[in-house]
Design a binder for this molecule. Structure first.
Ligand SMILES: Cc1cc2nc3c(=O)[nH]c(=O)nc-3n(C[C@H](O)[C@H](O)[C@H](O)COP(=O)(O)OP(=O)(O)OC[C@H]3O[C@@H](n4cnc5c(N)ncnc54)[C@H](O)[C@@H]3O)c2cc1C
Length: 481
């Protein structure tokens, strides 16, 4: 935390109305929404040289469901749906209305895996960039936000480190989309960390992709071995038992991509590390890369369809599932999701269930005995508003939620939906010189509905469902009338 006198000798960048820190799913949506809502200037900062966060740098995919748990209603629409359709038009995605659970695209999972979105990370990089440019957002890449400048409960800017040296970026309203809540935490916002019982967080995973996979052979193995809850679980169990390969998970979590023969692998696992500690991050990257080498050998020697696979790429960063959860005016709980609780200040709806990868073993997801969430649940605006700050919104993985609730809403489609709402709220707060606690919620909800959002059964969407010709499922969005 820094005060105004600290920044006097730093490079000074132009002040911005709305500053979005982090360009992952949440940050992309937040910046586009803020610019479209009329903010006079919007700047987005990211430490990488491209946008996307886990969509791109993390090689994470597919986007988990944007539909209700039963796969019937598309809940996350708006900017997310526009992004997916543009990737699809460029040949880089398959719209979720056409993706069934129990297939390679859904990692052969059934529960919670209806209507996922397979996509190409390069399409995400370019379409994300294009949409930001078209909205008039100013990009500041290769820039790490190292500290927060505060005046009481107000964040007046951030301290950045980049090739220019150390700099100061002043802002009227900030949306913290760093996943880790870096800006809010350094600005003095209280936060929670880890599960209540022992303070542990979910494990980290370095994603990688393989090519030259025999897609049909993998499908055939899944079809003829229905006893496997996770793909190749029987073969993994044998290797773990005889000690030939130290596979860190119960099965191989692999996802087919739109490109034939190319699959994403979500199977490395590093336990007990803190994603806000650089020594832990370094150790985790090292350990995970050794796991990639071991897994590749195991795949080629033991897995049907993967005999000739080759490494296509590894993620630019290890994936961090959980760190700080900023304390907001409301903390979203598992019970809220289970009951499908209605919030007067609902700003997003989602249907992905609680997905906890065990902090202590190779188990999960869905191994913890946690009951299913409601078919549709809601996310309130107050889970994006830190109790301790007046002009900072938190959106995406660092929202105010319990360990269990975060494990559901952390997936990428709800992060887009939160970002879209946060962007509009930030633009309005900057315009009106108001705090983020004073935003007109009914007006925000009407605005989001007008942009094609679905806000749960209490609200009627402005248009009827747009049925997909092939599947008859709802793929509606106001943006594509
Ligand atoms: C291993 C793993 C597997 C997952 N599997 C899936 C899946 O299959 N499907 C799914 O939908 N979701 C999945 N998720 C969840 C999902 O990817 C994340 O929860 C989601 O991306 C969070 O979005 P976000 O926008 O909050 O943050 P992120 O996607 O993490 O983006 C944060 C951005 O902020 C930038 N940043 C962070 N700190 C700073 C800083 N101080 N200065 C400058 N830039 C900064 C980062 O570079 C990044 O670009 C997975 C996550 C992990 C880790």
């Amino acid at each position: 935390m820094r005060t105004a006198d600290f920044v006097e000798h730093l490079n000074s960048y132009p002040a911005t109305d709305v500053l979005v820190v982090g360009s992952g799913p949440s940050g992309i949506a937040a910046a586009i929404a803020a610019a479209r809502a009329g903010a006079s200037s919007v700047r987005i900062i990211d430490r990488f040289g491209f946008v996307g966060g886990n969509l791109t740098a993390g090689l994470v995919g597919p986007c988990m469901t944007s539909f209700s748990l039963d796969g019937e209603i598309q809940l996350v629409r708006g900017i997310f749906d526009e992004f997916v359709r543009r990737m699809e038009d460029a040949g880089g995605a398959i719209h979720p209305s056409r993706v069934d659970s129990g297939t390679g695209f859904s990692g052969f999972m059934v529960f919670g895996h209806e209507r996922v979105t397979p996509f190409d990370p390069e399409a995400a990089k370019f379409i994300g960039l294009q949409m930001l440019e078209e909205a008039g957002v100013e990009l500041m890449l290769h820039t790490f936000v190292a500290d927060t400048v505060v005046d009481g409960r107000t964040v007046t800017g951030v301290v950045v480190a980049n090739k220019d040296g150390l700099g100061h970026v002043p802002a009227s309203v900030v949306i913290d989309c760093t996943g880790d809540g870096d800006v809010a935490a350094r600005g003095g916002a209280r936060f929670a960390y880890g599960r209540e019982s022992d303070g542990l967080v979910q494990p980290m995973t370095l994603f990688f992709r393989i090519k030259n996979v025999d897609d049909d052979a993998v499908d055939e193995y899944y079809r003829t071995h229905p006893e496997n809850r996770f793909p190749f679980e029987d073969i993994v169990a044998a290797a773990r038992e005889d000690g030939s390969y130290p596979i860190p998970r119960r099965g191989v979590q692999l996802f087919r991509t739109p490109e034939p023969g190319v699959w994403r692998i979500n199977t490395t696992r590093v336990l007990g590390m803190n994603g806000t500690d650089v020594a832990d991050l370094t150790s985790a990257e090292i350990e995970a890369r050794h796991q990639v080498a071991d897994l590749l050998e195991f795949f080629r020697k033991r897995l049907p369809g993967l005999e000739n696979c080759e490494l296509l790429d590894t993620a630019a960063t290890i994936g961090v599932r959980e760190t700080r959860r900023i304390l907001g005016e409301y903390t979203l709980t598992f019970e809220d999701l289970q009951q499908g609780k209605h919030f007067d200040d609902v700003i997003a709806a989602a249907g992905y269930p609680v997905d906890i990868h065990s902090p202590t073993s190779g188990d999960g997801p869905f191994d913890d005995g946690i009951p299913p969430t409601a078919n549709i649940y809601e996310i309130p605006y107050r889970s994006l508003t830190p109790q301790d700050l007046d002009n900072v919104l938190v959106s995406g993985r660092c929202l105010s939620a319990t360990h269990e609730a975060l494990a559901a809403v952390r997936v990428m489609p709800p992060c887009f939906a939160m970002g879209e709402a946060a962007g509009v709220a930030a633009a309005w707060a900057a315009r009106d010189g108001a705090t983020i606690h004073e935003v007109d919620i009914p007006a925000l909800q009407q605005h989001l509905l007008g942009q094609g959002a679905y806000l749960g059964p209490t609200f009627t969407a402005p248009q009827g469902p747009d049925r997909d010709d092939e599947t008859g499922r709802d793929r509606s969005t106001a943006l594509h009338h």
